[in-house]
Design a protein around this ligand. Structure first.
Ligand code: GLV
Ligand code: MN
Ligand code: MN
Length: 417
């Protein structure tokens, strides 16, 4: 094939990947927007479709005991430890169509390109079941199951309908008692590589397609509750009110102020006001807190100061403040050798000086690192927009990411041979 024909063939593959992202976009619990949460009927349908694509690419497939959709091609002999490639197929509410899904589809295409290659490791593709934590609050449930860092008290987590994680497993057709069969041991794994949209504007601002990730920000998430007293909006004088929403608002402003001051990233993304009457003083507010930073000490300092400030707002206003931590994942540094392989992979596409920076978003590698070294390849997304239906990628970037990803795996194979 001429160089032009090769370029066109690669663009065709990239178009196929984007078409498949559109197909997955259609598997949603809400006809108006993309919502696909852990252990839902849509999760079943997405796993089935991804499994079909895996089989088309020559992988043998299975759904593991945690609902992760897996596929494998053997290396030069059966039973070798595997290099894992993957990402997740669950979404946030009203999601974009590339966060997670694009990484799964790139991984399948890389495996297809490499099927029949004489590899010194097996290749496995994983579509993780829960990276976002949308349904049960705690994120990375799929990858934490694979990594064997599961906590049995998670079985009692409930979704917004009061369904426990234990019940959701059963409804999905999974046996909670079999969960340990999803655990992988370090000796079964060579490493984990994930391609993902950047979810920030660095690449787009620099007019670059790809970057290698240096580390992933650590995160902590909390449920916060401000408890005051409901009362009549007309009859209750200001000096007798215990308005939980006004107090929570002070805390929310503090989250932004302290995050900026300390150089961390703090977000309140969910607020529920009770009892929720237009003429009723808010008696209770439940709200979320998501805090991330490149370094865990900075994140933890922000947590301490925000919680202390919330306590003092509550005390000053005569309210009661409660908090509970629902998720914690520490910052992870990408493996030096895998990172160098990703850099080489990017170089092989003609980018002599690959950009390298840390990920502000969380990823399944934060869990997988417990059993295997990890690294990541970032692709530009338009304007850095993500967790929004406007998520957008360029087909040319997908084509070049596919080449870089394949070259990364070939480079690792050459080093390991
Ligand atoms: C996952 O997308 C996260 O960073 O919250
Ligand atoms: Mn996400
Ligand atoms: Mn993601």
């Amino acid at each position: 094939m001429s160089e032009v024909q090769v370029r066109e063939a690669h663009l065709d593959e990239a178009h196929l990947i984007l078409d498949r992202c559109d197909e997955l976009r259609a598997i949603s619990s809400d006809p108006e927007k993309l919502v696909r949460v852990h252990l839902s009927p849509e999760h079943t349908a997405a796993n089935a479709l991804v499994a079909e694509w895996m089989r088309d690419a020559g992988l043998s497939t299975w759904q593991d005991a945690a609902g992760n959709q897996c596929g494998r091609i053997e290396g030069r002999e059966p039973g070798l430890p595997a290099l894992l490639l993957g990402s997740h197929i669950d979404t946030v509410p009203d999601a974009g169509r590339y966060d997670g899904m694009l990484g799964v589809l790139l991984a399948i295409s890389v495996a297809k390109r490499l099927s029949g290659a004489d590899l010194p490791f097996a290749l496995e593709v994983v579509a993780f079941s829960d990276e976002e934590g949308t349904r049960f609050g705690t994120a990375l449930l799929g990858s934490r199951a694979l990594a064997g860092t599961w906590h049995d008290d998670w079985w009692n987590l409930t979704d917004e309908n009061g369904i426990t994680l234990f019940e959701a497993f059963q409804d999905f057709g999974l046996d909670p008692a079999r969960l340990p069969s999803a655990f992988r041991r370090p000796d079964q794994l060579v490493g984990y590589l994930e391609a993902h949209i950047e979810q920030g504007p660095t690449l787009d601002d620099a007019a670059r397609s790809l970057a290698v990730v240096t580390s992933i920000a650590g995160a902590r998430r909390f449920e916060l509750t401000m408890i005051g007293k409901a009362g009549h909006a007309g009859g209750t004088p200001f000096d007798r009110r215990k308005d939980a929403l006004v107090a929570a608002s002070e805390v929310i402003i503090t989250v932004e102020r302290l995050s900026r001051e300390l150089g961390v990233i703090g977000t309140v993304g969910k607020v529920e006001v009770l009892p929720g009457g237009v003429n009723v003083i808010p008696g209770e507010v439940q709200f979320s807190l998501d805090l991330r930073a490149e370094f865990d000490e900075d994140r933890d300092e922000a947590v301490r100061r925000i919680l202390a400030s919330a306590e003092s707002v509550a005390a000053r206003r005569g309210l009661h403040f409660e908090h509970s931590e629902i998720y914690r994942a520490d910052a992870v540094v990408c493996d030096v050798d895998l990172r160098a392989a990703v850099e080489e992979g990017i170089r092989s596409t003609g980018d002599d000086d690959p950009m390298a920076f840390w990920s502000r978003a969380g990823h399944d590698g934060m869990a997988v690192v417990a059993v295997a070294p990890i690294a990541m390849l970032f692709l530009r997304c338009k304007g850095g927009v993500s967790h929004h239906p406007d998520e957008s990628v360029r087909v040319g970037d997908v084509a070049v990411a596919l080449d870089a990803f394949e070259a990364t795996v070939r480079g690792l194979a050459a080093t390991a041979s």
